[in-house]
Ligand binder design. Structure first.
Ligand SMILES: [Zn+2]
Length: 142
């Protein structure tokens, strides 16, 4: 089975657990969020679906996003500006974000050093890390 079909099957199973069916709308939302641009707000996702002539209510988009989060397909991020952004986890491994407070631009980065230091710190206190989320708020060097 192709990867994309595999993910769609998993999504269908997740919906089933929530007593929901894989409708063409939910399928469109899935494609939009999983394979579309990252770090978007729900409004932007809705607008993009509308551009593609999908008639999906905001409530359906929100509900579907919640299911995608619950079943670990996507992550929701709060970047401190009052909006929530969504990004796919599929084919998109762990990374941290740098957010420019002047332009709003979001830059992704991975640092082996940070990863290893935080492992050590957690271990020192008798823990292991199950989830880490770094956000650096930055502005351009003048
Ligand atoms: Zn990201």
């Amino acid at each position: 089975m192709r990867k994309k079909d595999e993910y769609r099957k998993k999504f269908e199973k997740a919906l089933h657990k929530e007593s929901l069916k894989l409708t063409s709308q939910r399928s469109a939302i899935f494609d939009e969020v999983i394979y579309g641009d990252k770090h978007r707000e729900c409004e932007e996702i809705c607008a993009s679906l509308k551009d593609k002539d999908y008639n999906v209510s905001r409530a359906t988009v929100y509900r579907t996003l919640d299911i995608l989060i619950k079943y670990d397909f996507i992550r929701k991020m709060d970047i401190g500006d009052g909006s929530l952004r969504y990004e796919t986890k599929i084919g998109h491994p762990h990374h941290d974000h740098m957010i420019c407070v002047e332009t709003g631009e979001i830059t992704e980065f991975v640092s082996e050093e940070i990863e290893s230091i935080q492992e050590k710190i957690a271990k020192k206190y008798g823990y292991k890390i199950i989830k880490a989320n770094h956000q650096l708020f930055v502005k351009p060097l003048k």
